[in-house]
Design a binder for this molecule. Structure first.
Ligand code: TRP
Length: 478
């Protein structure tokens, strides 16, 4: 049945390992280094981590399998793959809306993700110049920004925010790099980036974690991350944040995993790879926590700084640590690698779609999309300074204080991603042809198949519906 519908000459990963690396590259990103520690810190540490792991195992991993199998079955853009599966299941092609919503969400995420990655670039610039300065002074193992006071180190972030020119340049450089990689294609661009950057990322992360273990307060970090306060674990706010973070970190609900699944070969066991990708992503998040919190605790800073943890708290901590200058640079390079392998997955979705639709070359489509997401991202850049008091969605509950940046983040993370995930779970669990779906899972003879079926048909839709509801009406949980 599948063979009768010719796939449009799609590219493939060169190996299963390349697929897993690229998917891990998509999943591992600023979500792990910047968002996970910030969320864990703000939601009570251990309680959040426990709920997060449960969310990944019971909801994230099953959905990851659902997404990759839609892609691998279709071998087309996310929208066309979802439409094909709907057609072959005698269901309305309206089910492909899951991929349309997802594609829009991913494109919008890219606009502000690139702005945040631009901050990372800026800190590579400042910490890199700092390393050059310490080297020239013959003190390579000095703390970071040793020529500044701690207040001045902390001031770097607000200073950057008040400077739209610096922020736009950094955003531009990151957007252009992402566009370049995607324009080069699946094998020559995305795969090459993932197979070089991800191993380098792991080495750097391990190095920084060992450093944190030696010179930081490791036991305080372990206690913070692994001693759950069970009363907090059941707070709706914690549940809601943990599930949202699972979506964001596993690149779910947008179609990134459908897009990457489309380049996976027939003999890739998707059940197995979904487990591997989820485990790797969660492992990196926890290791990142074990790298960041010992450093934060060792200098007596608090873990609940939220989004400024990575750009304000951490540089301030590196300030008073041995070899802090070198480690700060290594940390931001690490974050850049992680961000780039994620941003290419975000851009790949709409690029594949328009290449297929308009029959234009990949280079042209990627450049047009790159230019447009850069421009829309400028709105987020300006929301930190020139338009700091714009409240574009003030009429929506929960968005009263949201500036443009928060609005992009909130609309995608709290509404569009869960919505697309909800449609995906219902589609795969209830609508799509059972045999066709089961044959793609790689779990055919395993007791995991009925378990997965139960999770995707019942638990995922109900849980995702709830995050959607509470995301839209936060007053329900207050
Ligand atoms: N998972 C990535 C991270 O943790 C971000 C990301 C990539 C993403 N693709 C996505 C988030 C799709 C949501 C949807 O940084």
């Amino acid at each position: 049945m599948v063979a009768s519908i010719p796939a449009p000459g799609q590219a493939h990963w060169s190996s299963k390992a390349a697929f897993v690396l690229a998917a891990v590259g998509s999943a591992v990103g600023l979500g792990n280094l910047w968002r996970f520690p910030a969320e864990a810190g703000a939601n009570g540490g251990g309680a959040f981590v426990l709920i997060y792991i449960i969310c990944v195992a019971l909801i994230g991993a099953p959905l990851l399998l659902a997404e990759t199998l839609i892609g691998r079955h279709g071998q087309r853009s996310t929208v066309a793959s979802a439409a094909l599966m709907a057609r072959q299941s005698n269901a309305s092609s309206a089910w492909a809306s899951l991929a349309v919503v997802g594609m829009i969400a991913n494109y919008l995420i890219l606009t502000f993700y690139s702005v945040v990655a631009g901050w990372v670039l800026y800190f590579i610039w400042t910490s890199g110049s700092d390393v050059l300065r310490t080297m020239a002074a013959g003190q390579p193992f000095a703390g970071a920004y040793a020529n500044l006071s701690v207040e001045q180190v902390r001031q770097q972030m607000p200073d950057l925010f008040s400077d739209p020119v610096k922020m736009s340049i950094a955003h531009f450089v990151f957007a252009a790099t992402t566009t370049f990689v995607v324009a080069r294609g699946v094998k020559g661009g995305i795969e090459v980036a993932a197979t070089w950057l991800m191993p380098a990322f792991f080495v750097l992360l391990l190095g920084i974690t060992i450093y944190a273990g030696i010179s930081g307060d490791f036991s305080a970090a372990v206690a913070f991350l692994f001693t759950p306060d069970f009363a907090r674990a059941l707070e709706p706010q914690v549940l809601n944040s943990a599930l949202g973070q699972a979506f964001f970190s596993l690149s779910l609900g947008g179609g990134a995993m459908i897009a990457y699944g489309a380049y996976a070969s027939r003999d890739t066991n998707l059940g197995q790879t979904s487990g591997m990708i989820s485990a790797a992503d969660t492992g990196v998040a926890i290791i990142a926590g074990l790298a960041i919190f010992p450093i934060v605790f060792s200098v007596g800073l608090t873990p609940d700084a939220g989004p400024t943890l990575m750009f304000q708290t951490l540089p301030a901590a590196f300030h008073s640590m041995p070899a802090g200058a070198l480690v700060a640079l290594a940390f931001f390079v690490l974050a850049l690698f992680a961000a780039l392998t994620s941003s290419v997955s975000l851009l790949e979705i709409s690029t594949a779609y328009f290449v297929e639709r308009l029959r234009l070359s990949r280079g042209v489509v990627a450049s047009l999309l790159g230019a447009s997401f850069f421009l829309i991202g400028m709105v987020s850049v300006l929301s930190f300074n020139v338009w700091a008091d714009h409240r574009p969605l003030a009429f929506l509950p929960g968005f009263e204080n949201a500036n443009w940046f928060d609005a992009f983040d909130g609309v995608t993370g709290r509404i569009l991603l869960p919505l697309s995930g909800l449609i995906t779970a219902v589609f795969i669990g209830w609508i799509a042809d059972r045999k066709l779906v089961d044959d793609e899972t790689g779990l055919q003879r395993s007791p995991l198949l009925p378990l997965w079926r139960f999770l995707i048909a019942w638990l995922c839709p109900i849980a995702v519906f709830l995050i959607l509801l509470f995301g839209l009406f936060p007053q329900l949980i207050r």
